[in-house]
Design a protein around this ligand. Structure first.
Ligand SMILES: Cc1ncc(COP(=O)(O)O)c(C=O)c1O
Length: 470
């Protein structure tokens, strides 16, 4: 049987390569495929599922299997980063608020903030769930839901973490106001002003803002665009500096989109356990991989929560406005629960009830499947536009999940000057220096791909390419 569906998968691949089925086209239904390749319907379906896992096909709800658009092959990716080797206070993050505000301004094309536009989010399902929560638990929704937060929601999150190889009890989770609060709580619990924390380079700018706010220093560690933080460089840095914590995104990092293999995740956790240094894991994009199984989390290699503090949220999958995230604080449970209470007493109750209800009813995984496909298509289209419209010599990442691209222009292009010029044309981008404590990456930008593909978006990319080349 396995040989049979492998054979059918190979035949379908060959037909795709011969252009019989073209990128974006729908394959015949499985019944037809079964006849065509002279196998049972179950075998034809198995072959399609295999091709889906390999990233050749995409399953669309109630429509069947479609041939995926291939990622452009010509573009090169940026090299492993080489940030300064000393810890530094964070400089120049003031642009961030302007970027996030632009995401809500319909007059601007928002390639800046990594916020998906409404079309990418299941807002109907979210709003229905909110309505139900208010109707069915009206009195409760008006009450505080003190930390650790709604038990049904924690149960659902614990179930999902257990399914990906990181078993936690609901009692080991605390609901937060998004992942940003989770990261802040983790840092507050384990650092004092003046301490050094190691981060991937480049890293999510919101992280630098928390580091700055808490008076910490950031030590940027070389990071590979596909393989994640360099464990070798990190080990070397840990010998030189008194690092209190390492913050990393092992799955689909922002902005690089890299994904660490299980071996590398395991090695990272082992290194930090040996050195007794805490790993703060940000897994906010973990559910948004394009291919194969949902990846493991570093916390799964630290079953007793001695080394890893795991943070995530529903911001990228359900809606940023819900402001619901979580933290698995491991041995810092009590401290972080108390800090959460001191900071803002509680996370709003209604969104917690709504998300718990939405997860309990099922359908979230089906939605995720669709979202992953849509984000992948968006990333592919944007990659092609970069290849077509940006100056010769531009490099771009090839993320395996999430919805951002990290673009390296030829040296000489100044992304902050480009930012001003682009804004004058109604286009918002995120300049590279925001992704570094030391304002590196002057000739880089990050592009948010989760924007609807309209003619004005393509025109904006053409304009951006012209401005960068001028
Ligand atoms: C990598 C990363 N971590 C954390 C956050 C903050 O997420 P939340 O809206 O859940 O607070 C973001 C938001 O853009 C992000 O990209």
């Amino acid at each position: 049987m396995p040989n049979l569906y492998n054979r059918v998968a190979r035949d379908i691949t060959r037909d795709i390569e011969r252009d019989i089925y073209r990128p974006g086209e729908r394959l015949p239904g499985v019944r037809r495929l079964a006849q065509q390749y002279q196998v049972s319907i179950a075998t034809a379906l198995e072959a399609c599922r295999l091709l889906e896992d390999q990233g050749r096909l995409e399953a669309r709800l109630r429509s069947g299997f479609f041939v995926r658009l291939p990622i452009a092959e010509k573009v090169e990716e940026p090299a492993m980063s080489s940030p300064p080797k000393r810890p530094s206070l964070v400089k120049g993050q003031e642009l961030a608020l302007q970027l996030v505000k632009a995401a809500n301004d319909p007059k601007l094309i928002s390639f800046g903030a990594a916020v998906p536009t409404a079309q990418f989010l299941p807002l109907r399902a979210v709003n229905l769930a909110m309505g139900r929560a208010l109707r069915e638990h009206g009195t409760r929704a008006g009450q505080y839901e003190f930390p650790p937060g709604d038990i049904n929601l924690r149960r659902q999150i614990a179930r999902r973490m257990t399914e990906i190889g990181s078993p936690v009890d609901p009692e080991e989770l605390i609901i937060t106001n998004g992942c940003q609060e989770a990261l802040g709580l983790a840092l507050r619990a384990i650092t004092q002003p003046g301490d050094v924390v190691a981060v991937e380079s480049p890293a999510y700018y919101g992280l630098f803002q928390v580091i700055d706010f808490l008076g910490l220093k950031a030590l940027e560690i070389p990071t590979h665009p596909r393989e994640g933080i360099s464990i070798e460089a990190l080990e070397f840095a840990l010998e030189q500096w008194p690092v209190k914590a390492v913050i990393a995104m092992p799955n689909f990092s922002n902005p690089l989109g890299g994904r660490m293999s299980d071996e590398r995740k395991k090695a990272l956790v082992k290194l930090l356990a040996r050195k007794q240094i805490i790993l703060i894991e940000d897994d906010i994009y973990g559910d948004l991989g394009f291919h194969g199984e949902r990846p493991s989390v570093a916390r799964g290699f630290d079953p007793n929560g001695e080394t890893v503090i795991h943070c995530s949220s529903f911001t990228k999958t359900l809606a940023p406005g819900l402001r619901v995230g979580w933290i698995a604080p491991g041995r810092f449970q009590e401290r972080i629960e108390y800090l959460k209470y001191v900071l803002n007493l509680a996370t709003p109750t209604a969104p917690q009830l709504a998300i718990a209800d939405l997860l309990e009813r099922g359908g979230y995984d089906r939605y995720l499947r669709q979202a992953r496909n849509e984000y992948e298509q968006a990333v592919t289209r944007m990659t092609r536009a970069v290849e077509k419209y940006f100056p010769e010599g531009t490099r771009v990442t090839q993320p395996d999940g999430g919805f951002v691209l990290w673009v390296e222009f030829p040296t000489g292009v100044d992304s902050e000057i480009l930012y001003d010029k682009a804004l004058a044309h109604g286009i918002c981008i995120a300049p590279g220096p925001m992704f570094s404590a030391t304002r590196k990456y002057r000739n880089f930008i990050r592009l948010n791909c989760a924007v609807p593909w309209e003619p004005r978006v393509e025109k904006a990319l053409i304009k951006l390419g012209q401005l960068a080349g001028s």
